[in-house]
Design a protein around this ligand. Sequence first.
Ligand code: SF4
Ligand code: SF4
Length: 329
Amino acid sequence: MTMRLINHPILCNYYLTYRCNAKCNFCDIWEVPSPYANLEVAKENLKDLKRLGVKVIDFTGGEPLLHRQIDSILEYAKGLGFVTTLTTNTLLYPKWSEKISGKVDMLHFSLDYYDSEKHNKARGVDCYDHVMQSIEISRDLGERPDILFTVFEDNVNEIAGVYEKICVPNNLMMILKPEFEYNQVQSGPILSNHTLDVISQWGKKSLVYLNEAFIQLRRDGGNHIKDPVCKAASSTIVISPENKLILPCYHLGEKSYDINGGLFDLYHSFEVEEQIKLEGRLPECEGCVINCYMQPSFAVEVNKYWYKALRSTIKYSWKKGTWKAVVNF
Ligand code: SF4
Ligand code: SF4
């Protein structure tokens, strides 16, 4: 039995640009030619997102720190009372660190290997040393970044090194994110049951955040179009750098609509509402495990995933002291 808890979008995945200064072998977004989101346009959209009931804005990309006014955008979002989150490959963090300090509630540094050569190879650029440097800089600024570790079949054995040698000594949380297929790029073999067990075990450790619902969803074969758990479009608003509303999710991107200063009305228009109804029900949705949409999906409806997700959310908020900010998410 399921019960819908929240009937408005709670998250915005705001794509500030699709450009990236890395070339990860599991991602093809950096191949997409892209502009940068306009600051004044972003401000208008943020005001409408507030009216729509959104609580959390994930400023994403591409690499969000490539945006030359990222500090102003973050400041404006914070001023409106949003919880802000940003994930970076850290190449530009040292440059931006002071200007964005205190403006990102959930700051994530991507690191997928303890072995520097392997990390740099997977990312297609030498960024390992930047991660280490960024950890030091952020500590001096009093920030508490998290290490975001995307787990593949081939790097599961690297979790120990990153956890013991980097996270524990620096008192940083490690977020384990099981991989999913990124657009058309094959990111290696689908995670085996054994790997899922190993990830689950790590999730029990102090300082490790794992949304157990992600593991459960994989064991259940992902989203099923007959009874979809995905609530991508009704829980999450996706905005592109070209200022378009993308539906039902970025990865499927079936439809896009020009926002033109009218996000609130557009989101409530008949056409968009019809699109929202298709979330999780399109042929490509069968078996989908895309974390970015499943996380908010698990938050808006009470079902078995909701319970699993809640436990880890409480642990994260407790450790990070962001309880108040996240409790409504
Ligand atoms: S995964 Fe992130 S850092 Fe890597 S190429 Fe894609 S957008 Fe850039
Ligand atoms: S099931 Fe996956 S592909 Fe389908 S709408 Fe949801 S997130 Fe997008």
